[in-house]
Design a protein around this ligand. Structure first.
Ligand SMILES: Cc1ncc(COP(=O)(O)O)c(C=O)c1O
Length: 395
């Protein structure tokens, strides 16, 4: 089959962005590290078309990975940033002007709120948080000076699914770029650009890297004016992604299509098991029928990854500690998307203004975030069983 469009995504993930150098080449471009790039002649040095001219603008390692991400996202241009957070913040910076207004979902990854409320505020950019379920109603919040809309679906920690096509239609109508943090779906199970977003952002740190050992952000865009703004912002700021991390992410991308179905199956198995436990107040997993946005998830997504939440009953800190400390296979640590399972309490109540959530106490229990890794689901369930036994014993 010679037409690249006919290849399945698994095939394209395995084969895109290869060097194709004659007479031979490695399968994935190795880390080509450089600050200085030498030009053998004056003519080469002064040529107008120089693909590589300074390491900060990337090397062949970067171009190869960018080509793979462009293929995955259906994008004409891809930019890389040193972390997923930098991909979000630099995109917002690219569009925001002093005196402008931006719309950010209340369910955004919480450090993004810190950036908006402190850094952008100092630049006289006003951030307005909106209900993640706003859908086409976002049109009512758009002002003459609205510079960008940021969506994240499912939302961080509370897993609301946003109606991206409806938000995209309203944004396009108002001429405002829509940026989507699509890290959860890894741009395999949801394609923001195909659903009308201007920019698709990912923390490649998570599923793409897949091994919890690199930090990287990707920004994918088709619109030429948005592409210019983002490219200029990154160049002027001096942002650069390390060739080592880009190589690790490219290596991770090769196995993404094999890993994601295991994360999905384990995540759903754990979520179903938790839902059947009488101690559990609720499970927040978009693939479960009980999820309020399940129908939207079914309409727009082609699968689920391994990250979801659940609420424990109101409990003491001693009980919460007993639960966490009884876990053997689930690690306690930040980030997600790697091969290993994680389980942590998440203080959502600190990060919501539109949909405030009470702090854990006598009314509400702690919210937990699970990342289902690649271990056996049976072992993970036994681990949770131990944790619930420890929780009860400490009560
Ligand atoms: C949804 C989402 N976006 C962005 C990021 C930031 O990624 P990084 O850790 O690479 O800065 C995270 C990290 O947890 C995240 O969960």
């Amino acid at each position: 089959m010679s037409d690249g469009k006919k290849k399945t995504e698994a095939t394209r993930l395995a084969s895109s962005g290869r060097p194709h150098q004659r007479p031979s080449h490695p399968v994935t471009y190795p880390p080509e590290r450089a600050s200085t790039i030498l030009f053998p002649t004056y003519e080469d040095f002064t040529a107008t078309e120089r693909e590589f001219f300074y390491g900060r603008f990337g090397t062949r390692t970067h171009r190869a990975f960018e080509a793979s991400i462009a293929d995955l996202e259906g994008a004409a241009h891809v930019y890389l940033t040193p972390s997923g957070l930098a991909a979000v913040t630099l995109c917002l910076l690219a569009f925001a002007e002093p005196g402008s207004h931006i719309l950010v979902t209340d369910s955004a990854y919480d450090p993004v709120r810190g950036y908006c409320d402190r850094f952008l505020k100092r630049m006289r950019v006003e951030t307005e948080y909106y209900d993640p379920h706003i859908a086409g109603g976002i049109a009512g919040l758009v002002r003459d000076n609205t510079a960008a809309i940021l969506a994240e679906s499912p939302g961080s920690l509370t897993f609301e699914i946003q109606d991206i096509p409806a938000i995209a239609a309203a944004a396009a109508n108002a001429g405002v770029p829509l940026l989507v943090d699509n890290t959860w779906a890894a741009s395999v199970y949801f394609k923001p650009l195909a659903h009308g977003a201007t920019v698709s952002i990912q923390a490649a740190t998570k599923y793409i890297g897949g091994h919890s050992d690199c930090l990287l952000g990707t920004i994918a865009v088709n619109d030429p004016s948005a592409e210019r703004k983002i490219g200029n912002c990154l160049r002027q700021i001096g942002s650069n992604a390390s060739a080592d991390d880009v190589w690790l992410a490219h290596r991770g991308l090769r196995t993404l299509s094999a890993r994601l179905p295991v994360h999905e199956a384990n995540g759903i198995a754990l979520a179903n098991w938790l839902e059947a436990r009488e101690e559990v107040v609720c499970v927040m997993h978009p693939a479960l029928e009980s999820h309020p946005d399940h129908a939207l998830w079914q309409r727009d997504f082609t699968g689920a990854t391994g990250l979801f939440g659940f609420e424990l009953p109101p409990c003491s800190e001693v009980q919460l500690a007993a639960f966490c400390n009884a876990l053997e296979h689930f690690g306690m640590g930040y980030s997600w998307g790697g091969f290993e399972s994680l389980c942590i309490p998440v203080p959502v109540h600190k990060y919501r203004t539109v949909l405030p959530r009470p702090a854990p106490g006598s009314e509400r229990g702690p919210l937990m975030r699970i990342h289902a890794g690649l271990e056996s689901a049976d072992d993970l369930i036994l681990d949770l069983e131990r944790a619930f036994a420890a929780f009860a014993a400490a009560g």
